[in-house]
Design a protein around this ligand. Structure first.
Ligand code: ARG
Ligand code: ZN
Length: 848
């Protein structure tokens, strides 16, 4: 059935306290739960969620219930009102579960002999009968029994002995934040003193052998704790903070109270095995989960429709953290690249939904780029609109007013309105309406007056045909014709469908820099000459727009080449000054050298009313890269040499930026030198960044056979590194070979398809190979669908997540559309398809 926001009603009982006793055994774990409840509504039945549970006993206030007192269904346990006391009472249940058989990795499951949990969003109901909804919060006391050296749960340890441990979490929390871990683990330990002097013990638990890969994550954790104190005044609130790394995990990480659980990919790092990008991601994810302690845990969501309340805000916070610690402008550009590649794509296809959806069938399908990344953009826009001080006041009020509560987007907007006096009624559409607004701009110059006229419209999305105008902050700066900034960044607030803004008293017609810092998640539509873009690429004082000017030149050039085949020389020339600008950060210059992806070009062509041809797009991008290399060969060769980083590896932004520029140069030069430099680098590299960078260049040139074999031989015992091996060769190989390579790799004994990271590496690699996935004969679609069908009964969440590879099928030619549709219909036709994958396939096909 469909769950609707409009149907929300409060739970008719309060839950005062939860006591759990968990006796671990792989096939028969016994969970005894005692819930102390108090009725709030007369005559209400007690409805508890529960799935895959074997009920052994149920009692109220110590007295076992008779068979007519309750009813058990596949989704829960209902106790009749007549069997309930009038006042507060305790409910005791005993259930048995089988963690070893839990391949869905939701609830309590096993990974490499270790027990662990994942409860968000609705996994706790697979552990015990419970009101599994985020607005029911309670303190937990947990006793774990099991013959394993490490037994962990949330909160503080209170007692332990051989084979048992007890934990107490004093902070009331919803069940989705519950966690339990048990295994043969070792800790990398440290400590942190909070600003008020609380000593916090910190541990990162990993499998024996991995303990020397934890140091970086630990430093990142301490930086996060400090940052939240200085930037938000938020202090940690327990004596202990534990992190556990798990190999089998459906997502990145989880913010369980005092016991964060991480996909090992986002904790473990050593120079030999992790790239610069991995280091940066690890730092960001550690921060993200830590920041949830306040934005998510202390203040949580009333219901799952409000997911972006915690996720959008927490992503925004982790983005600011990385921007502060590393290079702010570079981070902003990277975040916009991700937003466009994932969220714009989502918004423009059949899966489009608002950051706060109003209905769903399976909530796990709504942990999306729209909820997370667009959710973060909305927080950023609010901050732009109210200013830094207003933002701080609003957040202080949010924490003061809502600590300990389960809140809504309305609560969130109300603190901004009250703290700053602004009316956010129109702004709220950003939360409730799907789709990416298009903003077109025209300019007018007369008598020293420069006028910018904006028009906005948002295309229809599923279920939302008409959209009212949005409240859009557009940051604008004006440059004089000789490149001086004559009007510094100003936020214009567009609220109407069409609106003009005039700048007076200018001596000469200025050059406008519009949507600086990407001040709103919109598509800016503006005819700009190549000369003006080249001017901005050289002179704009806003780094984002400087990069954007080059990006738009590259995009227009690729669009032209992929259709009419006309070469556009302006782009190649315009890059010259940036490449020569040794004052610009290497990381920034590397971003200027990276061409838009094939998927982005396909979407841009589709938006321009054309049918994108994946093969032509691939060809256009390849030839442009080669032309770029030819046009700047000497400079690129000089950069390749100059950007070599001497000395031992450091993951910091400085050396990482140099490596990224060096590898960007290498990727281009490899198209001219036959892979000679890449081979030399591959042979001599001492860190994964350069090793994988060199390997990538070789793969793209079709010269990687030997290197891939060497790499496999060296790293076959390392799961995380082997994921890169699977992923990279598929993503970068010549597209016509991709589906066949995927088939071959799926037969590799190292393709452990039940491990989500490995499955994602292979399928994600194929999907990232745009022309390969969309191969004309449909081989990519067939292979992909075969595997989704196979994975679905084992792990529906991951199968559903990966089905998004199909979200662009509607923009293709009729022949490809027919093949994609056939693949999707074949999936939907499977008997016993999960709710997860059924909902996704239905939406992808638009029959929902
Ligand atoms: N709350 C977690 C995070 O943002 C992610 C949980 C994802 N859960 C899910 N069912 N997909 O870090
Ligand atoms: Zn999160």
């Amino acid at each position: 059935g469909t769950i609707r926001l409009a149907d929300y009603t409060p739970y008719p009982f309060t839950l005062e306290r939860v006591t759990l006793r968990v006796r671990l055994a792989p096939r028969a774990t016994r969970v005894s739960a005692r819930l102390e409840l108090a009725p709030q509504v007369d005559g209400a039945a007690l409805v508890l969620d529960g799935e895959m549970l074997h009920l052994i006993s149920v009692a109220i206030d110590g007295a076992p219930l008779g068979p007519n007192d309750y009813r058990v269904t596949p989704t829960g346990l209902t106790i009749h009102p007549a069997a309930l006391p009038e006042g507060p009472f305790s409910l005791e249940t005993d259930v048995e579960i089988a963690p070893e058989a839990n391949t869905a990795l939701e609830g309590l499951y096993m990974s490499n002999g270790m027990y662990c949990t994942q409860c968000e969003a609705e996994g706790f109901r697979k552990i015990t009968y419970y009101p599994d909804r985020p607005d029911v919060m309670a303190p937990f006391r947990v006793r774990i029994e099991g013959d394993l050296p490490v037994l962990l749960s949330n909160g503080n340890p209170v007692a332990s002995g051989p084979g048992w441990a007890e934990w107490d979490d004093p902070w009331p929390k919803p069940a989705y934040l519950f966690a339990l871990v048990a295994g043969d683990l070792v800790a990398h330990s440290d400590s942190f003193t909070t600003q008020s002097g609380r000593e916090v013990a910190l541990n990162i638990y990993v499998r024996p052998g991995d303990e020397d890969r934890c140091a970086f994550a630990m430093e990142a954790l301490k930086r996060s704790m400090r940052w939240d104190e200085t930037e938000y005044g938020r202090e940690y609130d327990l004596d202990l903070f534990n992190i556990v790394a798990v190999d089998d995990f459906n997502m990145g990480a989880m913010e369980n109270k005092g016991l964060n659980i991480f996909n090992s990919k986002w904790v473990l790092a050593s120079p030999e095995t992790a790239t610069d990008k991995d280091y940066e991601r690890i730092e960001a994810i550690i921060a993200h989960e830590y920041f949830h302690n306040w934005t998510g845990n202390r203040i949580t969501c009333r219901d799952w429709f409000q997911l972006c309340l915690k996720e959008g805000l927490t992503v925004f916070r982790d983005q600011c953290f990385t921007a502060d610690l590393r290079l702010g402008p570079v981070k902003r550009i990277e975040d916009v690249m991700t937003l466009r590649a994932r969220q714009f794509r989502e918004d423009q296809g059949p899966l489009a939904h608002p950051p706060r959806p109003d209905h769903y069938k399976e909530i796990n399908n709504f942990y999306t780029a729209t909820v997370y990344e667009k959710g973060a953009e909305l927080v950023g826009m609010l901050k732009r609109l109210v200013g830094d001080e207003g933002y701080r006041k609003a957040l202080d009020l949010y924490f003061a007013r809502h600590d300990g509560q389960a809140c809504t987007i309305e609560d969130w907007l109300a603190v901004f309105e009250e703290a700053t006096g602004r009316d956010l009624a129109q702004f709220k559409h950003w939360y409730t309406d799907a789709g990416t607004p298009r903003v077109t701009v025209s300019e007018d110059w007369a008598d020293g007056r420069y006028t910018l006229t904006f028009e906005q419209s948002t295309p229809p999305t599923p279920g939302q045909p008409k959209k009212p105008p949005r409240h859009i902050p557009i940051t604008v700066g004006l440059l004089s014709p000789n490149g001086e900034e004559i009007v510094s960044s100003t936020v214009l607030e567009l609220t109407k469908t069409r609106e003009s803004f005039t700048f007076e008293g200018l001596g000469a017609k200025p050059v406008a820099s519009i949507l600086r810092d990407f001040s709103a998640p919109v598509v800016l539509d503006r005819k700009v000459s190549t000369t003006e873009r080249a001017f901005l690429l050289t002179h704009d004082t806003d780094p984002f727009n400087r990069w954007e000017a080059g990006r738009m030149l590259a995009r227009e050039c690729l669009m032209a080449r992929a259709t009419a085949g006309t070469a556009e020389p302006g782009y190649l020339e315009a890059l010259g000054p940036v490449l020569a600008d040794d004052d610009a950060d290497p990381a920034f210059r590397a971003l200027c050298l990276s061409l838009p992806g094939e998927d982005e070009i396909a979407q841009a062509l589709f938006d321009a009313g054309q049918t994108p041809d994946p093969d032509a797009i691939h060809e256009a991008r390849e030839t442009l890269a080669k032309d770029l290399a030819r046009a700047h060969e000497d400079r690129l060769a000089a950069l390749y040499d100059a950007m070599a980083v001497p000395g031992p590896y450091q993951p910091d932004a400085g050396p990482a930026g140099q490596r990224s520029l060096r590898l960007a140069a290498l990727g281009l030069l490899s198209r001219l030198d036959g892979g000679a430099r890449a081979e030399a680098l591959f042979a001599s590299a001492h860190n994964m960044t350069e090793s994988l960078g060199a390997l990538s260049s070789l793969i793209a040139q079709g010269r990687a056979e030997a290197a891939l074999a060497t790499f496999r031989a060296r790293w076959q015992g390392d799961r995380l590194v082997m994921d890169k091996w699977f992923m990279t060769q598929l993503a970068l190989c010549p597209p016509e070979t991709a589906p066949d390579l995927a088939r071959k790799l799926a037969d590799d004994p190292l393709f452990d398809w039940k491990n989500p990271n490995r499955f994602r590496a292979l399928m994600g690699g194929l999907a990232a190979n745009h022309a390969g996935f969309h191969r004309r004969d449909g081989a990519g679609y067939r292979f992909y669908a075969d595997w989704l069908i196979r994975l679905d009964p084992v792990n529906p969440q991951t199968a559903a997540r990966l089905s998004t590879a199909f979200e662009t099928w509607r923009r293709l030619d009729p022949a490809r559309q027919a093949l994609a549709r056939a693949a999707l219909e074949r999936i939907l036709g499977q008997e016993g398809l999960s709710r997860d994958l059924a909902e996704m396939t239905g939406r992808l096909l638009g029959i929902d």
